[in-house]
Write a protein that binds this ligand. Structure first.
Ligand code: T4K
Length: 381
């Protein structure tokens, strides 16, 4: 039996933050402290917004304290009500951002080839209460934007994208950020570019951008004057400093992710029944998720057993996005049979898991994790 690799107590987590140049970050933080301007549309937030708008080629970039609040603000600014069609195979925030505002998420199945919302399944879910479609560019791979835009325009629906995974990615040669009515990105600590917590909403719609700017600041249009119901969705200066610092290392982070992705590919290629999802290298990709599709019948080990095996050896892999939003509350209670209409969501949520990547791990770590996976296979023992 091959020797089990050992990390001697060391744990390798998925989601370990990438952290750019520490001195640049500290310089910015010192400047923030010296100038005594900590939040409320400060200099670094403005610089962060304009850097991102330039990078994505969009007119407006509105910085927000996190993507969940960004989605909520975009949803409210777009006047969405009633029902919104959204995939269930996503992080729970996509659904909660709707339900939080008494909008019912109507779960749509995904295309097994892309893991994104399946445009062919949308029309039958549209009712007189439907006001929008929310696509999620899962793993940074773009939804079928053209098909979704066509349905939205023909059926008079708004189109919003949860682009939390897709910063730095393109679709049909255009950076994700300018599609639909608006797109929302996450810069949570676990994303390949982080601002500690944070997000942005991007749009080419002047009026929508202005409304979202007011809404993230309580609806204030000036001192003592409020125009809309607003909330506090502001990004603070230290988050923006972190975001700006990490943006300076963006190419390096993508290269590290890509190298790890290719190495995992090479190391795991010979295992029948186990495959990494593909990225279209003709597009810009951030390669931030190493997503493994495990067919238990062929591999001889279930996905859950594999993840447990990795855990026991200090590898914190995750079953993103098990079990699907429709199997979590309050959705399971309110629509217990939703799974009947979501066969691909149910199937894939039993098969997929994500492995550690990013600047916190080395090529050697990738080889060791791959060896651990091979050691879990019954025929190798
Ligand atoms: N839409 C989609 C499609 C999303 O994926 C997300 C977020 C959102 C919307 C909402 O975006 P935000 O509102 O968060 O901006 C994590 C992240 O917390 C979450 O932001 C992310 N998606 C999701 C995919 O992953 P959990 O529940 O897995 O987090 P947690 O705390 O278990 O952390 C994951 C791993 O990361 C851990 O093993 C440890 C590691 N980690 C985490 C943090 C925070 C670190 O090593 N250092 C850290 O500072 O959701």
């Amino acid at each position: 039996m091959p020797e089990e690799p050992s990390f001697a107590g060391k744990q390798l987590h998925i989601g370990r933050p990438n952290i750019g140049d520490r001195n640049s970050l500290l310089k910015r933080i010192n400047d923030i402290i010296d100038r005594c301007w900590l939040t409320n549309n400060g200099r670094y937030v403005q610089e962060f917004e304009s850097r991102i708008a330039d990078l994505l080629g969009v007119k407006h970039c509105v910085a927000i304290c996190n993507a969940t609040i960004g989605l909520e603000i975009a949803i409210r600014a777009l006047n969405l009500t009633g029902e919104v069609i959204v995939p269930s195979f996503t992080f729970i925030a996509s659904a909660h951002s709707l339900q939080w505002q008494q909008i019912t998420p109507v779960f749509c199945d995904i295309d097994p080839a892309t893991h994104n919302i399946d445009p062919k399944k949308i029309e039958s879910l549209i009712t007189p209460h439907t006001t929008a479609i929310m696509g999620v560019h899962l793993w940074g791979r773009a939804c079928d934007v053209k098909a979704l835009a066509e349905i939205a325009s023909r059926r008079g629906l708004k189109l919003l994208f949860d682009a939390s995974h897709a910063f730095g990615c393109s679709h049909d040669g255009r950076m994700i950020g300018g599609f639909g009515n608006a797109e929302v990105f996450s810069f949570h600590a676990t994303k390949f570019i982080n601002s500690l917590e944070g997000g942005v909403v991007t749009t080419n719609d002047d009026e929508l951008a202005q409304k979202m700017r007011l809404m993230k600041n309580f609806g204030f249009t000036g001192y003592d004057c409020v125009e809309y119901i607003g909330t506090n969705g502001k990004m603070n200066e230290i988050s923006a400093a972190m975001g700006l610092t990490n943006l300076e290392s963006m190419d390096e982070f993508i290269q590290i992710n890509r190298d790890h992705y290719e190495l995992y590919h090479e190391e795991l290629a010979s295992i029948p029944g186990l495959a990494l999802i593909d990225y279209d290298i003709n597009e810009r990709c951030n390669f931030q998720y190493i997503v493994v599709d495990l067919d238990a019948d062929t591999v001889g080990v279930t996905r859950n057993a594999m993840v447990e095996h990795l855990y026991r050896h200090g590898i914190i892999a995750r079953r993103y996005f098990y079990p699907g939003c429709h199997r979590m509350q309050p959705y399971l209670r309110s629509m217990p049979d939703a799974g009947l209409h979501l066969p691909e969501t149910e199937r894939l949520s039993e098969r997929l898991f994500c492995l550690p990547t990013g600047s916190a791990i080395s090529a050697n770590d990738v080889r060791t994790i791959s060896r651990l996976i091979q050691n879990a296979l019954p025929l190798q023992r």
